[in-house]
Design a protein around this ligand. Structure first.
Ligand code: ADE
Length: 272
């Protein structure tokens, strides 16, 4: 899978992409990440990438021209690779339709909320383009005529889309087949099942007087599975009861939740 990231601060990505899973995925050839400096596509002498807003008001707005130019270059390269016979005017027309099946995503607090299911959806593409907004915002024509999707990583405002782009890349990369050593590793992740994950313990069995729950040392796999499921349910009920409405719950799960709380059946919604 290939990620093309458009940013005014490519140096911000050096640390996160050179460690851990994302680094390994690149070394394995499973993931390719290309960083594109938007400033390099500004054609004026000062490489201007922002300007004051029409209509007044504070702050600066990112100009459309360098963003369009950078994205068109990448889409054009994709089209022309292996198709050198295609006339360049035809390539330019196709590129300008921005309808090549490649998501062009603007990271913005105004986007749809990034969740595990959005990460799964994005992981099914072979290429993603991520545009990192900055300043007060991005010229609206980028939204209207270039991007195909807008994503927010949460209801708070960061200084730009760079950290959100890193979040998206990390969450998507670990879902790609072959990236995590254990193929089952993501199955029980918090949110993957619609519930928060159960608690984990490792050696020593007693640390400063705090013992690991006995059932985990019992060797009884059915009991362990039941304990984990109940812990996940209880934890979700305590911390994120909003998730229970859309979680895939069995009758046994519902019975456990009813026993554990005073919530009634209807509060859990219905299974699909
Ligand atoms: N840019 C600034 N804040 C953001 C957020 N919460 N999500 C995505 N992009 C952003």
């Amino acid at each position: 899978m290939r990620f093309d990231i458009f940013t005014l601060f490519p140096e911000m990505f050096a640390g996160p992409f050179a460690s851990s899973i994302v680094k390994r995925a690149q070394e394995m050839g499973r993931v390719e990440i290309a960083l594109h400096d938007i400033r390099a596509y500004a054609t004026d002498k000062h490489h201007t990438t922002d300007d004051t807003p029409y209509g007044g008001g504070g702050g600066m707005v990112m100009k459309p021209e360098p963003i369009f130019a950078a994205v068109e270059r990448v889409l054009g390269e994709r089209l022309s690779s292996g198709k050198s016979a295609t006339p360049s005017a035809e390539i330019a027309d196709t590129v300008r339709s921005y309808d090549m099946g490649v998501p062009i995503i603007l990271l913005t607090p105004q986007g749809r909320l990034f969740t595990q299911s959005v990460a799964c959806e994005l992981a099914s593409h072979e290429q993603l383009l991520l545009i990192c907004g900055r300043y007060e915002g991005v010229d609206e024509r980028v939204r209207e005529h270039l991007v195909t999707d807008e994503i927010s990583i949460g209801d708070y405002v960061l200084s730009g889309g760079e950290i959100p782009a890193m979040v998206v890349v990390d969450a998507v990369v670990r879902l790609l087949p072959g990236v995590l050593g254990d193929p089952a590793a993501t199955h029980n992740d918090s949110h993957a099942t619609g519930l928060l994950e159960y608690p984990h313990y490792t050696r020593p069995p007693v640390f400063r007087g705090w013992a690991v729950p006995e059932v985990l040392l019992s060797g009884n796999h059915a009991e362990i599975a039941r304990w984990r499921r109940e812990q996940a349910l209880r934890r979700t009920l305590d911390r994120r009861p909003d998730l229970l409405g859309s979680a895939d719950l069995t009758p046994a799960d519902r019975a456990y939740l009813e026993k554990t709380s005073s919530l009634s059946e209807k509060d859990f919604g219905s299974c699909p």
